[in-house]
Design a protein around this ligand. Sequence first.
Ligand code: NAD
Length: 469
Amino acid sequence: MDYIENTYKELFLKQQSNLITVGKTSYDERIKILNRLKKAIEVTYRNDIHKALKDDLGKPKLESELTEIYAILGDIKHTKTCLHKWMRNQKVSTPVSMLGSSSYIKYESKGVCLIISPWNFPFNLTFGPLVSAIAAGNTAIIKPSEMTPNSSALMAKIVSDVFKDDEVALVEGEVETSTELLKLPFNHIFFTGSPKVGKIVMEAASKHLTSVTLELGGKSPTVIDKTANIDKAAKKIMWGKFLNAGQICICPDYVLIDQSIKSEFIQACKKWLQHFFQNNPKDSNSYGRIVTDNHFERLNSYLENAQKLNAKFEVGGKSDASSKYIEPTIISDLKPEAALLEEEIFGPILPIVTYESLDMAISYINSKERPLALYIFSKSKSNTDKIINNTRAGGTCINNTIIQYTNHNLPFGGINNSGIGKSHGFYGFEAFSNKRAVIKQHTFGVTELLFPPYTDFKEKLARLTIKWF
Ligand code: NAD
């Protein structure tokens, strides 16, 4: 352990001694670094990435392209387009009472950053934050998930190929590795993972008062009201729920539906599942697998728990441990204490909860932790506004699922239990930057009139200044 501790410390100190140099890099230099990463992902390692994702998650090739490779290349492209503007000092106005001075915000690098990533989109959720860290002029140590070993090993290779270790380094390992890394006085920690581990990270960060971005998870509700286009809702929910076999932080965790349209919705879901994955999703090359035996067991226990509580299996329910396969499954009539309604599912099982009034649906959402995503399917503006105005969520998508993640101009992140801080585009750059407040005195400053010794005249002047300026 001492050896490991010393190795990480050495790496950390190496990056620490380089942080001012990296922080001073110009727009052109940062673009050059991003281009190196781009080339590695787009060209050199593209096929290896497909293979690693297939081996780790049974990920279909097109899904790997869209949700991993394209996502990172999209981040780099957007950053390259906007970075010049983001890096510029941002002038702000200065009050008349401070006549003779001017002010601006300087976006400067935070320093040495730690990026801890999860397994569900291993490349995207590791290199995505890294793009922001580089754009903001930081050095970074990365700790990817041990659950996807092929992807982690490949990322280690990519990082050592593209970067010097005093710029960016990747450390593979399990919980002990994170624990050791978290002892170091990083300048920022960007963590993506579960709320449970997020709390551990935040506690460790508090020892050094390190700032954190926590991209967490939870149960994302999907409300369907009577006015919704049911067929379109079913199509988009079946896509968003069963992409990556439901192992997505923002996938619809459960559906809250007006009871009068439940059976029509389930019929439409069956139709779209058949269209997406044909009769047997196990044979479909468009459907993924569960990441590990432990996660398979966890999900299987939810199915057993639902069976024990006499819930109704509307679709699916079959599983196969040897191939870590769980059929796309829809379950209704669940008792409130069912594990599927209590825990974040993070797998291909969709519980359906019915409501009699929109107020009931809103109360149900508000009885749970604040979600990362809240989906609304409705044609009614007043219903949509009512749901948005009476709930809180990291993000909301109306009449679709998942796509809020893909707009670089929107901040991505949760609220409270689903996360702290935002990422993507400018918001990612901001997360990895210190907004230094700079004010410059050019000429005689009015404030000097109020310096000691204090007199009656200065007191009157202060009153006048407060009143008029
Ligand atoms: P996790 O919290 O178990 O692990 C995430 C990372 O933390 C891994 O690298 C892991 O090695 C490390 N880790 C695990 N235990 C630790 C400990 N005790 N101390 C320090 N580090 C530890 O999460 P996961 O299973 O990899 O991913 C699933 C969770 O992540 C879900 O809750 C999901 O909603 C969430 N998630 C969120 C986002 C987002 O962008 N908000 C994206 C993907 C996943």
